[in-house]
Design a protein around this ligand. Structure first.
Ligand code: SF4
Length: 723
């Protein structure tokens, strides 16, 4: 609850950046945010904040708000005309009429929603219900598809539910921490501080890092496996092969609690140390050490993120790592388990309400007729459509080809963050109507919007978020939004009530008067499910602080870690080993495109920089985008640091300054994901078609999770002759 004096108040919230979900206290003078500090009582951070979190107050300054924020609804009547300011009523009436006409003429699948892991759980819930419950389309997907969908698929295939089984406290209790495909020191800094503390407190704690780049996280490791991009499955299969050979697997646990091990065992028989070392580009000795440390540790905890997820074999990577944990029983005990780190602040909340094209509320599956019937009953509708919705990349392809005519984008910036920007931008141009619901009017997507809906943002909203360790935090609004900005859930509800009348459904599905009333309905949908939160309430979250799920009725606390009893949420109660043969990256290098491009986060920026890009000090770490290469590769091409180079893939070409980095192996290159066309054009050397690194990335998808392979594309690099 707000505290301090009447003039100076502090409000509890969470940082709006990464999935660590640090608690913050927002100080206001009644009208403006004056300071932000870490919440000492929040169990995610105990008062600590990283460079991004500690500069949050600077992003909320009134002048910046005036310059960068969307303040009033805007519409245009023709594509060739600029948008002009209009009223909320006129905008929502126009939208509802357009949706009703299009749905009647072309069917419900002619519209699509592309939303965001930065929305609050309540926002996510109503978007999902609008699409699947009222309109009758499953075309609702989210930028979490680019972030966590392989983790979701990996958990479900092996453990039976999308539930990270470990918690932050396990970092303190682990004997071995295996970090794979994650530069935690940059991307989850406060959790990394916790790991550093754990190492100080326990000198026996070992850390292995597997990553194609020698990141700051890798530099601190006791053992660094600099694997070739995309070879993680071979690494995990090889470690399992060695654990079998050295009798480090737990046969009793495998027999009592799992299925499918015999088939996997046949597969990993071929993953000999020599075979794996050759695929991964590491030494056999290091592979053996990693397997021994993992299998012999009293408690091995794996922490992983986009290096596993953003891959055309992302689900197999997740499953192969979980296989290793199951086979060695490094799960369901303190300090052990596979633990996916969430990228965005509320990707977990979105997953909980089923805010993706293949999911339904409370971890139900769209493909399951019983689950569809349960959700229809909860919502009071006849049925939920069975036709699978379009997932992110496929949705933009459907918009490009005219299959989806109306596209509503909320709180995300696909004209920068999606792979294969040529496809995305053609889609945005071809759509009959693009609606953008955004706090910032400055994103690369904004120029494509026919209708701009100003939304409230961090510090201005009330609701809940869930962090990487399944912990739900209730957040309060510290200040009102600027201009005529409205809460995301309110915009959806106001629109849905209009559309409901126009479609003559005779229902009243959106009778919500607060974020809490939405959350209460979501809570009811979880009853009896693996993520049951019926024992929680807004009041309880405020009084007792953030809580982990599951937290069913009658429970006194949430569950720190899952599966301690060896019972898994599958039909049989047993976990599944998934057979995971290694497959190479989708776009191998060749003579024309001889370099492997990797993309990722930098330390002090967040996503497309709509917020962090307004803080000067956050540019002190990296002032501009660059392509980082091995010095040997630069020498061979007669390149010096700062030279401009054309970076070209099969999808496009961009110009970047080049930098030498001792974190790179020869033949590989890295570009930060944060800069888009604004920077490139601003420097005057981007020109038409300059859209940042995602002009180059590949739309190749994982077959199960439909997550694109943002971490690998084949490129060529040539010195640019600039005037
Ligand atoms: Fe925010 Fe993540 Fe930094 Fe915590 S670690 S302050 S959640 S960016």
């Amino acid at each position: 609850a707000p505290s301090l004096t009447a003039a100076r108040r502090e409000t509890k919230a969470t940082c709006c950046y990464c999935g660590v979900g640090c608690g913050v206290l927002i100080e206001t003078d009644g009208a403006q945010i004056t300071a932000v500090r870490g919440d000492p009582d929040h169990p995610a951070n105990f008062g600590r904040l990283c460079t991004k979190g500690s500069t949050l107050a600077l992003t909320a300054q009134p002048l910046l708000q005036q310059q960068a924020r969307a303040l009033v609804p805007e519409m245009r009547t023709e594509r060739s005309l600029p948008r002009t300011a209009t009223s909320w009523d006129a905008t929502l009436d126009t939208m509802a009429q357009k949706f009703a006409d299009t749905i009647r003429m072309h069917g419900p699948d002619s519209v699509g929603f592309y939303i965001s892991g930065q929305l609050l759980t309540e926002d996510y819930y109503v978007f999902n219900k609008l699409a699947k419950g009222l309109i009758g389309t499953n075309n609702v997907d989210t930028n979490s598809r680019l972030c966590m969908s392989s983790a979701v698929a990996g958990y479900k295939q092996t453990l039976g539910a999308d539930a990270p089984p470990a918690c932050y406290e396990d970092i303190d209790q682990a004997g071995l921490i295996f970090i794979v495909g994650s530069n935690m020191a940059y991307a989850h800094p406060i959790l990394y501080r916790r790991l550093e503390d754990a190492r100080k407190n326990n000198p026996q704690l070992k850390v292995i890092v597997a990553d194609p780049r020698r990141t700051d996280t890798a530099r601190d490791a006791d053992l660094f496996l600099q694997i070739l991009p995309g070879t993680d499955v071979a690494l995990f299969n090889g470690m399992l092969h060695l654990c079998l050979w050295e009798e480090l697997t737990d046969t009793a646990f495998i027999d009592a609690h799992t299925d499918g091990f015999a088939e996997l065992k046949r597969t990993v028989r071929d993953y000999t140390p020599k075979f794996v070392a050759d695929i991964c580009g590491i030494s056999e000795a290091d592979l053996v050490t990693a397997a021994r440390w993992f299998g012999e540790s009293p408690a091995a905890l794996s922490l992983y993120c986009q290096g596993l997820n953003q891959s055309a074999s992302g689900t197999a990577k997740n499953a192969a790592l979980i296989n290793l944990h199951l086979a060695t029983r490094q799960i369901g005990k303190p300090g052990a388990g596979p633990f996916s780190l969430t990228g965005q602040p509320n990707a977990m909340g979105g997953r909980e309400v089923g805010g993706m094209a293949n999911l339904l509320s409370a971890h139900r599956d769209l493909g399951n007729p019983q689950h569809r019937a349960e959700v229809a009953r909860l919502w009071g509708i006849d049925s939920v459509p069975a036709t699978p919705g379009k997932t992110a990349v496929d949705m933009f392809e459907a918009v490009r080809t005219g299959q989806i005519k109306l596209l509503w984008i909320a709180c995300t910036n696909p004209a920068q963050s999606m792979p294969d920007q040529k496809l995305v931008r053609e889609a945005l141009v071809n759509a009959e109507l693009v609606i953008l619901q955004e706090a910032y009017a400055t994103t690369a997507t904004a120029p494509y919007a026919d209708i701009l809906l100003p939304a409230t943002s961090w510090g201005e909203k009330e609701g809940t978020v869930t962090n990487s360790e399944r912990r739900i935090t209730r957040i309060d609004a510290a200040i009102a939004g600027p201009g005529e900005a409205r809460h995301d859930w309110q915009i959806v509800v106001d629109f849905a009530q209009r559309l409901e009348k126009l479609l003559d459904r005779g229902t009243n599905l959106f009778a919500y008067d607060s974020a809490e009333s939405i959350w209460n309905e979501h809570r009811e949908s979880t009853r009896g499910r693996d993520l049951d939160i019926t024992g929680l309430s807004y009041a309880m979250l405020s009084e007792q602080g953030p809580q982990q799920w599951p937290f069913p009725t009658g429970a006194l606390t949430g569950k720190k870690r899952l599966y301690e009893d060896g019972i898994f949420p599958t039909a049989s109660g047993r976990a599944n080993f998934v057979n995971t043969p290694y497959k190479p990256v989708a776009e191998p290098i060749d003579a024309r495109f001889p370099f492997r491009l990797n993309t990722g986060r930098l330390r002090d920026q967040w996503h497309g920089m709509s917020r962090t890009g307004t803080v000067a000090q956050l540019f002190s770490h990296a002032t501009e985008p660059a392509i980082v290469m091995a010095q040997a590769d630069m020498d061979r091409r007669l390149l010096s640091g700062g030279d401009m180079v054309h970076v070209t893939s099969r999808r496009g070409s961009q110009i970047f300054p080049v930098q030498a980095g001792d974190d790179m192996r020869a033949g590989q290159a890295f570009i930060g994901m944060h800069w888009g066309e604004e920077y490139v054009s601003g420097r005057g050397h981007g020109g038409e078609g300059a859209h940042g690194v995602n002009a180059l990335t590949s739309p190749a998808l994982d077959p199960s999770s439909k997550q694109p392979e943002l971490k690998h594309a084949a490129i060529k690099i040539l010195k640019a002759e600039l005037p």
